[in-house]
Design a protein around this ligand. Structure first.
Ligand SMILES: Cc1ncc(COP(=O)(O)O)c(C=O)c1O
Length: 364
């Protein structure tokens, strides 16, 4: 396909594509990072060099996302899945429920974890429609004394996404794992945002948590230190050995996003990429069918089906042979899932749209 380094188009939903420039920079510093005489993988997390790396990563993340001063930023471990548990451990006190809005597989996992620690209220669940839409968050009936409301901005498996920030009475806790930094968000609308790094920010291993000071203060004291947000904040994410390499790569990705025009520019690029594929779905005369209702469509994970499973398998096989990898949809949705995170090149979306048109013409 003529891609640099013979790379293929990687439509994986995570870990996802990293910018070539970032991989090149990482390669340059692999043997001797900035004359430290070692790579970032080998250096002490207490060293001056790493201190600079983590501080710059945090500063650049704050710049990109416009994080207000009354929020802390953490780089934790255990993936977003650990946040499913850490959040209720800290913020679900006895006698108060937490409200969960479930629009797909990840929100479902989040509430299952929370149930272990306290009372939960399922305020919305689109299971009956196989999670093909998101509700208007302002119109749901919440518990009057909810400790927090949890939702997932982008459901990675089903390909449904909320397209605006909510204004709710209760503290809003949000899993942004699969669309963080794909567009600007108003951080001040949230009490806590979390996201695994491995989709839009870097390799697997770090989970970003952005937490408002007053919400942090409401958290439970006396948890095991690794699960205690206050301990993590007091130690600047260095209570134990952090995922140094992942944080370093995230930092490089943040710098690239800033130099590429910030998140407003990301949003434009991502919208244009997704449109190429959704147009191929919508203009196929019904050969391809989008899984999500149009107004809930994800810009990150584009899910659609073909007329039957044999054709789906044939499509996957043929596109794979042409260097379009990772398109097979999750078994719960079937069909195809084309993931186009921030660093996924527009040429890959063009190639897929062309392959879709050619395949439909050939079969149809
Ligand atoms: C929206 C969302 N939340 C949570 C997770 C789980 O993340 P992790 O593997 O970092 O625990 C994923 C992983 O794909 C995801 O897409």
């Amino acid at each position: 396909m003529g891609q640099p380094y013979n790379r293929i188009f990687n439509f994986s939903a995570g870990p996802g594509v990293l910018p070539i420039e970032v991989l090149e920079q990482a390669k340059e510093g692999l043997m001797n990072y900035k004359d430290a005489g070692m790579s970032v993988m080998e250096m002490s997390h207490r060293s001056k060099a790493f201190e600079t790396i983590i501080q710059e990563a945090e500063a650049d993340l704050r710049t990109l996302m416009g994080v207000p001063d009354n929020y802390k930023v953490l780089f934790l471990q255990g993936g977003a899945s650990t946040q499913f548990a850490m959040i209720p451990m800290s913020f679900l006190p006895a006698g108060k429920p937490a409200d969960y809005v479930v629009t797909g597989a990840w929100g479902k996992k989040a509430i299952e974890s929370a149930k272990v620690y306290g009372a939960t209220n399922l305020v919305f669940d689109a299971k009956a429609e196989n999670y093909n839409y998101v509700p208007d968050l302002a119109s749901l009936m919440y518990t009057s004394d909810a400790a927090f409301v949890h939702f997932t901005t982008n459901e990675t498996i089903q390909g449904v996404q909320f397209h605006s920030d909510p204004t709710l009475a209760a503290p809003v806790v949000c899993d942004m794992s699969s669309d963080i930094m794909s567009r600007p968000v108003d951080v001040s609308k949230y009490a806590l945002i979390y996201a695994g790094a491995q989709k839009n920010m870097g390799p697997a291993g770090a989970t970003v948590v952005i937490i408002r000071d007053d919400f942090l203060e409401e958290g439970k004291f006396g948890l095991p230190p690794m699960f205690d947000y206050k301990v993590q904040v007091e130690n600047g994410s260095l209570y134990n050995t952090p995922p140094c390499w992942t944080i370093y790569i995230c930092g490089l990705v943040y710098k690239k996003l800033i130099s590429d025009g910030g998140l407003a520019a990301s949003q434009q690029r991502n919208a244009a990429k997704a449109k190429l594929i959704y147009d191929a779905v919508d203009n196929s005369g019904g050969f391809y069918k989008g899984h999500s209702q149009p107004e809930s469509r994800s810009v990150m994970n584009i899910t659609f089906t073909l007329p039957n499973e044999d054709l789906t398998n044939q499509f996957v096989k043929e596109t794979e042979a042409a260097g379009l990898d990772g398109l097979k949809g999750h078994r719960s949705v079937g069909g195809i899932r084309a993931t186009a995170y921030n660093s996924f090149p527009v040429e890959g979306c063009e190639a897929l749209a062309t392959a879709m048109k050619d395949f439909a013409a050939k079969i149809g």
